[in-house]
Design a protein around this ligand. Structure first.
Ligand code: ATP
Length: 657
């Protein structure tokens, strides 16, 4: 470990990454750096270049207040007390192009909230201004000029690093870009982030072995560099990384800054040797700045306030500690709060703070520069095709997932065949037929529920990030998902119905078999899309699973007529049945199977001698309503897609940190 972090770096704060890495004495790092040195040499800007017309991110007097509802949830929003919580107060900070700024602070000090406010992702009331080069940071400006790397990596586990980047590039880069330019850009960011050695390795997940956590972090950052942003915001990019990987990552980021980017990151527990890499440091406590200024002035500043840092202590640890509230007991809490208040006051009265505020005020007084017209993104067709191809590849790469999607429904059939065997033509076979139809009604939607809970979650989480980045919308994502699942569901349904229909001896007519298959497919798709809709409303996939299963079971019990004839239900349930899919699916299944069948009564009296009599008794008129009922099923298929889109709109874009 390098204990010389506090000694002044004679080469200043602009030493190249290679130097930093050589200091770290690591051959592997040097090798990786050599790979990107060609790129560096051509694009690293000199200080003089950087100073001339340097871009700046200006955060001026920013405050952020969120609402919290106090009391049990069942009291509802109206009866519960609303508590306003001040998350950020009076934050002013300037981040210059070419420099890397780190925001530190203990947990809950407001680091992530500050990035959220800058990136227009906050959920509360924001005061003050955030601007880039005098242009207020709106969502559009942020999408055009900045990228935000969140704490968690949301990547598809079965794709390689290169594929992940290539697909994102196809979604991000302008519509007229050529395929070879996309590949060139992808190779460039792979080199920049030192991912060359793992470029063709799988990403992996907690279940599938893939690249390491540090490499996943770098892929997440590489994704955000594809668009060549002016400004890079990173929330805890080093969290969960060992000190070696963290140092390497930060040195990559410093390189990016040197190439003319504005780099602002939050960091929890920085290693001592990372300290020298930051140009500017902000230390936050309870939503306020305790220090914000050049990293080389950090120790002298705190020393003048009476908090020196000895030679063998990490200054970042030392001053984050000084700015923390000690909540072990009341006395300690009171004393530490007093200390933090005085530090905040001292900083607000400091020359550092005043200079920042005055500089930003001057920028705001200048005429506002014109905002560039937004670059045209890829066209709708390319987005849909890219999403589709990515979903397909991710699924096909995992044998188990792929087999589950195709064979789960056919596997269910095995149990039905074992228990029911072959249907006869006696009066008693009516019960067996209803049992079979009941299973054909409930099985496909349940398999749809299981499939989406297992396979949709990673796609949904990726959607939340990419939708926030402005790559595509909810409708596009869910249409692509539908197109992705439909062929697989058709295949799965065909295997299921071809075997079950003919092996059990259902009504032997090819047209009826086709109708049966079509109906099973629609129910399968409906079950999956209802679950997708539930997953738009609730984040927890298990809860979404339960909700979808409840909807499905209730719909069967109320509307199918298998459990109780609809005409015998109490009136409200009869009305309700009109809006449930199983009213229509039940009638189709029954009419399709029973119409035209003859039964042997075997001495039973009274007996239902044929299918027509059964339909007249329990589903009067169902055989005449097949076309109408199919129309309704088609409506449900399209309707659930619309429902899913609405559910995602209502659920909103989640901020998955
Ligand atoms: N939307 C919100 N609703 C309620 N409280 C919030 C909201 N956003 C932030 N807070 C609160 O504001 C405080 C600061 O949160 P923030 O996530 O910014 O801290 P942090 O410094 O990033 O913490 P960590 O290092 O643990 O990620 C926390 O107490 C958090 O609970």
């Amino acid at each position: 470990m390098d204990l010389r972090f506090y000694e002044k770096d004679n080469k200043g704060y602009y030493g190249s990454v290679s130097e930093t890495l050589q200091n770290a004495g690591d051959g592997r790092l040097k090798e990786s750096e050599n790979q990107i040195s060609k790129f560096e040499n051509s694009s690293v800007k000199s200080d003089a270049e950087l100073d001339c017309g340097r871009s700046t991110l200006n955060i001026y007097n920013v405050g952020y207040v969120v609402k919290e509802w106090v009391g049990p949830w069942w009291k509802g929003a109206c009866l519960r007390k609303v508590k306003k919580k001040t998350v950020l107060r009076n934050i002013s900070l300037q981040v210059k192009e070419g420099k890397m700024t780190a925001i530190l602070g203990n947990s809950g000090s407001g680091k992530t909230s500050l990035l959220d406010v800058i990136a227009c992702r906050s959920t509360g009331e924001v005061t003050g201004t955030v601007s880039v080069d005098g242009v207020p940071c709106t969502r559009d400006v942020i999408q055009q000029r900045a990228t935000y790397v969140m704490q968690a990596d949301r990547l598809l586990p079965n794709l390689t690093v290169r594929e992940t980047l290539r697909y994102t590039a196809m979604l991000k880069l302008p519509g007229n870009i050529k395929a070879q330019d996309v590949d060139r850009k992808v190779s460039q960011v792979i080199l920049e982030m030192g991912l060359k050695d793992v470029a063709d390795s799988r990403i992996g997940s907690s279940i599938i072995r893939g690249i390491s956590g540090g490499e996943q972090r770098r892929v997440t950052i590489a994704i955000q560099l594809l668009k060549d942003p002016d400004m890079i915001l990173l929330d805890e990019p080093t969290s969960g990384l060992d000190s070696y990987t963290a140092r390497y990552l930060v040195s990559n980021l410093r390189d990016l800054a040197r190439r003319g980017k504005i780099v602002l990151l939050t960091i929890h527990q920085p290693n001592s040797d990372i300290f020298h890499m930051f140009d500017q440091i902000g230390i936050m406590s309870q939503g306020e700045m305790v220090y914000c200024g050049p990293s080389k002035e950090l120790v002298p500043y705190f020393t003048t306030l009476g908090y020196p840092c000895d030679k063998y202590t990490n200054p970042l640890d030392r001053y984050v500690d000084v700015a923390s509230i000690d909540r072990r007991n009341k006395e300690k809490e009171y004393n530490s709060k007093k200390r933090v208040d005085s530090l905040v006051e001292a900083f607000n009265n400091s020359k550092l703070h005043h200079t920042t505020v005055q500089t930003i005020q001057k920028i705001h007084q200048q005429p506002r520069p014109k905002v560039n017209v937004r670059q045209k993104g890829p066209h709708y067709g390319r987005i849909i095709l890219t999403l589709l191809s990515r979903m397909n590849k991710n699924l096909f790469r995992d044998r188990k997932d792929y087999f589950a999607r195709i064979f789960l429904l056919p596997l269910f059939m095995v149990f039905i065949i074992i228990f029911l065997g072959r249907l006869g033509h006696t009066y008693k076979s009516i019960q067996d037929r209803i049992g079979l139809i009941y299973n054909a009604t409930t099985g496909p939607p349940f398999m749809g529920i299981i499939n989406s809970v297992a396979l949709f979650v990673c796609l949904r989480d990726l959607y939340y990030r990419e939708c926030r980045d402005g790559l595509y919308g909810t409708g596009t994502f869910l249409v692509a998902y539908s197109i992705h699942v439909i062929p697989l569901q058709i295949l799965s349904t065909l295997i299921f119905s071809s075997i079950i229909y003919w092996v059990t001896g259902m009504n032997p007519n090819f047209d009826r078999f086709v109708l049966f298959t079509l109906e099973v497919f629609i129910l399968h798709y409906w079950g999956e899309m209802v679950t997708v809709a539930c997953m738009g409303l609730v984040m927890n996939p298990n809860l979404a699973n339960s909700l979808a299963a409840l909807v499905q079971s209730a719909a069967v019990i109320i509307a199918s007529g298998y459990v109780k004839t609809v005409a015998n239900l109490i009136e409200p349930f009869q009305w309700l049945s009109w809006i449930l899919i199983h009213k229509y699916s039940g009638e189709i299944f029954i009419a399709n199977e029973f119409d035209g069948l003859e039964f042997e009564c075997d001495g039973f009296n009274p007996c239902i001698p044929n299918g027509t009599a059964f339909i007249q008794e329990y589903y009067p008129g169902a055989d005449e309503r097949v076309a109408r009922n199919f129309g309704a099923l088609g409506g449900y298929a399209v309707g659930t897609l619309i429902l899913a889109i609405l559910a995602f709109k209502i659920g909103g874009l989640r901020n998955l940190h």
